[in-house]
Ligand binder design. Structure first.
Ligand code: UFG
Length: 329
């Protein structure tokens, strides 16, 4: 089976590429390298430096490589930036996906697994969050991902394309080889930022908000290991190829950890004291996000193999120690 990975030079796409190749699948990667790194792309994959907006080029690649399934990661994903530059997010995420789907229709590629986000849910009161809860995004990033899901739905009806949309909670950690991992510039995610302190790249970790309505006043999130996340994509892909119907699934570990608990776990993993400073809340942060992933477990037969945050942080720590400053190109 031949899979096209869009955004395969990014954090999540590079792990998908690596794990698909390790399982014996053929992989073609397209990435415009606007935020991804060529060094993160497995050399065994066929690589095209290409933008998803170039519909005709995409159609040519889909036909030439005889692609069976698309796994679509190419998108901008910074919540804060999405609020100050909403049109950049609509242009890249929504228009880019329209172009990709058009090329799939033209080349008659019938299956797509798509990277969505817990940000589609917004601020919810009932935990854990199931797929039944009505999405209500509180930021442009989540709104664009929801628009992309809707686009998949209507396109699937009109053009007989099957999709699985995977709504990720907080993805973290690195591949067990430590050869690839999370490398964003700028970095905004909690775990890699915490690890910058023991790496001596930062003096202290800022805790954004200490008076949330949670047991220790800091935000609670559901952290999922990157390898568990990719495993779900592979299961979703097999589900579609075997005739499974289009659907939406949450992906999380099902346990919540506060910001302070993550810092403590990082101290344990790195065996170092991590200096903290308390700062104002970050705009738009919900107090608590915990997933119910029962649907993915039941239908995709997916299971979480790395539920412990210490294991997630430990894999990230191994990557960052061997890739100080991240990827260079
Ligand atoms: N945080 C800090 N200090 C930091 C960075 C983060 O205290 O330096 C806190 C945040 O305020 C938040 C928690 O750590 O409470 C996690 O923050 P991240 O930025 O790591 O992750 P988010 O929960 O904000 O975002 C994640 C994904 C988004 C997705 C969102 C869904 O990264 O892509 O979940 O809600 F949209």
């Amino acid at each position: 089976m031949h899979i096209l990975v869009t955004g395969g030079a990014g954090y999540i796409g590079s792990h998908a590429t690596r794990m698909l190749l390790d399982l014996g699948y053929q992989v073609t990667v397209i990435d415009n390298l606007s935020t991804g790194y060529k060094d993160a792309v497995d050399k065994r994959a066929t690589f095209y430096e290409e933008d998803i907006h170039h519909t005709e080029n995409l159609t040519t690649i889909l036909r030439k490589e005889q692609i069976d399934v698309v796994i679509h990661f190419a998108a901008f994903s910074l919540v804060g930036e999405s609020m100050t530059k909403p049109l950049k997010y609509y242009e890249n995420n929504v228009s880019g996906t329209a172009s990709l789907l058009k090329s799939m229709v033209d080349a008659q590629v019938k299956n797509i697994v798509f990277s969505s986000t817990a940000a589609v849910y917004g601020d919810q009161k009932v935990m854990p969050i199931t797929e039944e809860i009505l999405p209500n995004p509180t930021n442009t990033y989540g709104a664009t991902k929801l628009a992309m899901e809707e686009m998949m739905k209507w396109t699937s009806i009109a053009h007989n394309i099957n999709y699985v949309s995977l709504r990720y909670f907080n993805v973290a950690g690195a591949h067990h080889s430590s050869e690839i991992g999370e490398s964003h510039n700028p970095e905004t995610h909690l775990i890699p930022i915490i690890l910058q302190v023991p790496l001596k790249e930062r003096d202290a970790i800022s805790i954004f908000g200490t008076d949330y309505d949670t047991f220790d006043g800091t935000c609670i999130r559901d952290y999922i290991h990157i390898e568990d996340l990719i495993d779900a994509h592979i299961k979703a892909m097999i589900y579609l190829v075997n005739g499974g119907k289009s659907d939406v699934f949450n992906l999380g570990s099902g346990s919540g950890y506060s910001v302070r608990q993550i810092i403590e776990a990082a101290e344990f993993v790195t065996n170092q004291t991590i200096k903290t400073k308390e700062e104002a809340k970050r705009a738009g942060d919900p107090a608590k996000l915990i997933a119910s992933s029962d649907k993915a477990k039941n239908i995709l037969k997916w299971e979480v193999k790395h539920p412990k945050v210490e294991d997630i942080i430990s894999s990230a720590w191994a990557f960052h120690q061997s890739h100080k400053g991240g990827f260079s190109q």
